[in-house]
Design a protein around this ligand. Structure first.
Ligand code: HAX
Length: 438
């Protein structure tokens, strides 16, 4: 049986002529234009990034390698006794676009075990930080601290060869994905469980081992598998994916690039929104002072937030124009496993009320919930109530998508990213002339 790396090598060889032909023969074909609004307004909707790993349709939501979330979950091999695909199967799928067999999945599980050992100095770095350091700083710092392990950096220093650069990038990506769960669980137990660290169990797949290291019984193994895979990729323009890609475009290795991506994920408009959602809910409950939440007092709290000039966390999206299928996937889990949980009921009530409020407010282009509106509920239910940790879980999952992308970036020789700036005066001139003369 060909290993994942062999299979990838073959796919890369097959894919390269397609990219080369597009660049050489069709490089001047126009696929988009840029308005002044887009240049000032965060480059929304400008088609200028290429990835085959996932695609986000505004009205359908995410497809991973052409499959919707339910399709991908139905197709991929599950963990024994679990309802969700293993992280390892998902990684194979994101990298190659093919659904692995059980045997191929088991090979990745075995391969990850050989890569999973976190160097001890990483834990020393984490222990040296003050305990009240934000867990995202800890995660990003741990990844950056491991840069000396980079096989890509060694490859570059020993004589870089563009043709083969994907292979050490694949090595770094696989090492990082195998190690991140232990680092994340360490951060959790070190910070919130008096440093009572549970050692990794090399018998287990990534999801089950993470649950074990967190000290949380089943079905948290499936929760971990669902979380890490749902959060893996959302095409390439979101802040964490784009930052990772941008930094690596300078031939920085995966450690530098992913650490930078994590710093972007830690922004409240991006991945930190899952923490913000729980913060908002706690604030709301405190104001109620024991009174039962009703649609009426939820509506009032939402308006209070908007009238204070703040955003409603967990709602809205730069691309999506419907309820995020990642929200729905987690909601389905809740309906099955925790239908009567008070926090789930409150989040469901917010879902009933918030879209109408946001529509009436009239600013947000998308009044529907995104992935972050629902993700804290499940963690809270299984005892992870330290909600500033939630973005770390997002970060571990996000590694799958962005690191699969970096491997392909190197395989297809994507160059240094370097968009062009203009000045305000130029914009004013082109505005007066009705557009820039091309
Ligand atoms: N509450 C209040 N106002 C909102 C809003 C919300 N949830 N979502 C958008 N708006 C406002 C924007 O702030 C903007 O106001 P201004 O014109 O005053 O600047 C206006 O509506 C238009 O924004 P938009 O075009 O609809 O949205 P953007 O593409 O600019 O921003 C965001 C997308 C996700 C950042 C935005 O919807 C938001 O701030 N949401 C709340 C934070 C959040 O949930 N972030 C997580 C998003 C998913 C994700 O990346 N997860 O990691």
């Amino acid at each position: 049986m060909a290993t994942l790396k062999d299979k990838l090598r073959q796919e890369i060889q097959e894919h390269r002529p397609r990219t080369a032909k597009l660049t050489k023969e069709f490089g001047n074909v126009v696929i988009d234009q840029v308005t002044i609004g887009q240049a000032i307004g965060g480059v929304r909707d400008v088609r200028c990034l290429v990835t085959d790993i996932s695609y986000l349709d505004p009205f359908e939501g995410i497809r991973f390698r052409g499959k919707t979330i339910p399709e991908a979950y139905a197709a991929l091999p599950k963990a024994a006794g679990g309802e969700y695909p293993t992280v390892e199967a998902f990684w194979y799928f994101l990298l190659t676009g093919d659904v692995p067999t059980q045997g191929e999945t088991d090979e990745v599980i075995a391969e990850f075990k050989t890569r999973a050992k976190v160097p001890s100095y990483v834990f020393d770095v984490l222990r040296a930080l003050p305990k009240d350091t934000h867990p995202m700083v800890m995660l990003s710092g741990a990844v950056l601290a491991m840069q000396r392990e980079s096989k890509f950096a060694r490859f570059y220093n020993e004589g870089f060869n563009k043709n083969d650069a994907w292979a050490p990038m694949y090595e770094d990506a696989s090492d990082l994905i195998a190690r991140l769960p232990e680092i994340a669980a360490f951060i959790y137990r070190y910070k919130y469980k008096r440093g009572d660290i549970i050692p990794s169990n090399s018998e287990l797949d990534v999801g089950a081992n993470f649950a074990h290291m967190m000290g949380i019984p089943k079905p948290y193994d499936d929760v971990a598998r669902m979380y890490f895979t749902l959060h893996s990729d959302h095409e390439s323009g979101n802040v964490s994916a784009h930052t990772t890609h941008l930094v690596a475009s300078a031939l920085s290795d995966a450690y530098y690039a992913f650490s930078a991506g994590l710093n972007g994920l830690a922004g409240p408009l991006h991945g930190l929104a899952n923490q913000e959602v729980l913060g908002w809910i706690q604030g709301f409950r405190q104001k109620l002072g024991g009174e039962e939440p009703t649609e009426e007092n939820v509506r009032k709290a939402l308006w209070d937030t908007l009238n204070a000039g703040q955003v409603v966390p967990g709602y809205g999206h730069a691309v999506l124009r419907k309820t995020d299928p990642r929200y729905m996937a987690q909601r389905e889990f809740c309906l099955k496993h925790l239908p009567d949980d008070p926090l789930f009921k409150l989040v469901s009530m917010i879902y009933q009320v918030a879209p109408g409020v946001l529509m009436e407010h009239g600013k947000a282009k998308n009044p529907w919930p995104n992935v972050d509106a629902q993700s804290g509920v499940i963690q809270w239910y299984y005892g992870v109530r330290e909600f500033d940790f939630y973005t770390v879980l997002f970060g571990v999952g996000r590694a799958l998508g962005v690191l699969a992308n970096l491997t392909w970036d190197r395989a297809l020789g994507y160059p240094l990213e370097r968009p062009k700036s203009v000045t305000t005066e130029m914009l004013e001139k082109w505005a007066a002339e009705g557009g820039r003369k091309l």
